[in-house]
Structure formats: C-alpha cells, structure tokens
Design a protein around this ligand. Structure first.
Ligand SMILES: [Cu+2]
Length: 386
C-alpha cells in the first residue's frame, strides 16, 4: 500500500478502499461461534436497520421540507408556533421504538447474566497477571492441585519492537499455551486478577469481562464450532497491556480428554525428571527459550535490563554468586516491584533451567561461581519454604 506513505491521500482513499474491497464486511462485528454471540449479532443488525430507517425518514422529511418550502416557492411564510398533535406524536413514537428495542435486548442480557453452573459443564478460573493469563481447571486434579498453566505471548520482540523481521500471521495474537475447551459443553470462566484490573475479551464468544483483584466475575459460554479463537486484554493494565493476548482452542470431547491425559502424563514426567541428575547442557537447552518468553521482556535478551526500570542480570552479583538468594527471588518475587513470583508459573525443571541459563550466559560464568541449579534444588526449596 504505497499510498499509505502519503498520509493525506491515505485519509481520503482508505475509507473508499474499504467499500471497494471484497472484505469490507470485516468492518462489522463478528457473528461469533456461540448461540449468545449470534443473538448479539442479530440484535446489533436489527437495531442498525432501525437506526437506518429512522435516519432515512428524518432526513427525508428534513430535505423534502427544505425543498418544498424554499423561499422562492413560498413568498409568504406561515407564522404559526406550536403544534400539539405533532409534539405528542414525536414523543410517543420514539418511546415506542425504544421500548420495542429494549425488550429483545433485555431478553439476551438476561441470558448473558445467567451464571448458574450447568449439568456436565466445566469451570475454568481465569487470572490476569501483568502481563499474561493464568488458567486453572477447577474440576481437573493433576497431582493434588487443579490443573493450572500460564499463557504467554510468543511473538518475538524483533517483530513488534524493532521491526527487524517480517510480522507473521498471528502477530501479537499467539501464545505458548492456549486454553483448551470442549465444544458443545457449557464452560464457566471465573475471571479475576492477581495485580491490577485486566479484562478478558473474546469477541467470537461475545464475552468481555473485567478481571478485578479480589472479585470473581463470571462469563459463561458454549462454543459450537471447533477452532482457534483469538482475543485481547481490554483494560489498560500497564506498559505491556498490548502483549497479553488470549487464545482459546475449542476441540471435540475426545480431543479434550486426550489433552487432559497429556497434561497428567506431563506432570508425572516432571515429578520423575526432578529426580534425575542434570548436566548444564541439558538445562541450558531449555533455559534459554524460557528466558526469552518469560524474562526478556523486562531484563532484555542480552541480560542488560533497562537502567532505572529493570536491573541487569548480566554481571549481577546475586545472579553470579548467590545461588540461594536467586532461587528465593524467583520463587517469592520481590515485594512491591514488577519482579513477580514464578513459583506457580514455572515447574521445577523450567525454574532450574532458566536460573542456570542466567548464571552461565553473557559472560556470567567467567566472573561468577559458575555453579548450576538443578531441579532438585527447587524441590528442596519448596519442601523447606512452602
Ligand atoms: Cu491486562
């Protein structure tokens, strides 16, 4: 779109191009994939046409009377004031129209605010964090806790910050772990927050619900069509508000059961892996990747941090020489700062890998003690401290 370079032309041409291109209908709101989202779309279109009809009639009368009663045609203007019949009509008719629109809208709203649990439904707690979403499947136990995981942006900073590489298809709408839900099953999202107010917005489900610390807001949905759906946080929640997308994968009941089984197997595997003796190569292999998705947003890819905001991990005394302190920081977070606890976000293997990575990257191994942290260290920390 070369013409976009010229802002003035873009301003004029862009609206026109919308109507010329085949996909200008994308401007409208999506129909969505739930019964409620279809109802909401239906209401939107019905009311849109009511508004268009009123517009056509009002402007029609306006322009017709301007033309009919123009000066050259009416040398002697009428001088009456007030007309009770007309005044009563233009009060009663709009009132009736408003009531006619409010009735179906209220019926749909009532359905949206039905929060009762249903037979065979599942409950997923959604927790907003700066800047990621956590999902807890309250009915599914893994080990002795509900199945829980975090959903982090995977679009690399090279795409959104530096424009060093071409933007990919799901730019800023892709995550490492989507929420998986079964189709044709009532799902209740119990939405809350760990820090500031976020908002969980999935337009294809017609769900938009604030995530407020200390409150639980409920949004119910039942998805009819399998697929991958993408949404955003829609409450300005800080610096990286634009970088906490939502991805929901709706699958068949069988695929859902398979996925749950995989999650349980994985938990067992991790329990087993924590027992094994690890080498630094093995830990580094996963550690770098975890650092990139979980830490680099603040501490930067090169470990240099951002002066005044995020401390450098390259050359940090804690990172290089104080293994115990570093484990504590990662497990507990640093109160009152953006350094949050990763205890729930990373399993023992991931935690040990990322700590080992920071201890050995960017030349830290040369000046520091060069020791690695293994998953057992994390298990031990949990046993003595949690
Ligand atoms: Cu947010």
């Amino acid at each position: 779109m070369a013409y976009m370079k010229n802002k003035l032309w873009a301003l004029i041409l862009y609206p026109i191009s919308l109507f010329m291109s085949a996909d200008w209908l994308d401007v409208n709101m999506p129909v969505g994939v739930t019964d409620i989202s279809k109802e909401v779309f239906g209401l939107h279109m019905a009311i849109f046409f009511v508004v268009v009809a009123i517009g056509v009639i009002v402007f029609g009368v306006l322009f017709w009377s301007m033309w009919k009663y123009r000066r050259s045609n009416n040398k002697k203007p009428a001088t009456f004031t007030e007309n009770h019949t007309v005044e009563i009509l233009w009060t009663i008719i709009p009132t009736l129209i408003l009531i006619a629109m409010a009735v179906p809208a209220s019926i749909t709203l009532k359905k949206i605010y039905d929060h009762e649990a249903e037979e065979g439904g599942i409950d997923i707690q959604v927790v907003g964090w700066q800047w990621k979403w956590q999902y807890k499947y309250l009915d599914e136990q893994v080990g002795n806790k509900p199945l829980s995981f975090f959903s982090n942006l995977t679009t690399p900073p090279d795409q959104y910050e530096f424009n060093r590489v071409e933007k990919t298809e799901n730019y800023l709408l892709e995550v490492d772990e989507p929420v998986v839900i079964p189709v044709d099953t009532p799902v209740r999202f119990l939405i809350t927050s760990n820090d500031v107010i976020h908002s969980w917005y999935m337009s294809d489900f017609a769900v938009k619900q604030d995530a407020i610390p200390g409150f639980i807001n409920v949004a119910k949905t039942k998805v009819n069509v399998p697929g991958i759906y993408r949404g955003n946080c829609t409450e300005l929640c800080g610096e990286r508000h634009a970088y906490m997308p939502i991805v929901v994968k709706a699958v068949t009941q069988e695929e859902y059961q398979e996925w749950l089984q995989q999650k349980r197997d994985l938990a067992e595997q991790i329990a087993y892996l924590t027992e094994k003796e690890w080498t630094s190569e093995e830990l580094l292999a996963t550690g770098e990747e975890i650092y990139e998705t979980r830490c680099a947003a603040c501490h930067q890819t090169n470990g240099a941090g951002i002066a005044g905001f995020y401390p450098a991990l390259a050359g940090s005394d804690v990172v290089m020489n104080d293994k115990a302190k570093q484990i504590e920081i990662l497990m507990e977070g640093i109160r009152g700062s953006q350094m949050q606890s990763f205890a729930e976000q990373l399993n023992e293997v991931e935690m040990a890998s990322v700590i080992t990575f920071t201890r050995l990257a960017w030349g830290n191994e040369r000046s520091g003690d060069g020791e690695i942290v293994i998953p057992k260290d994390i298990v031990e920390y949990k046993e003595t401290n949690l």
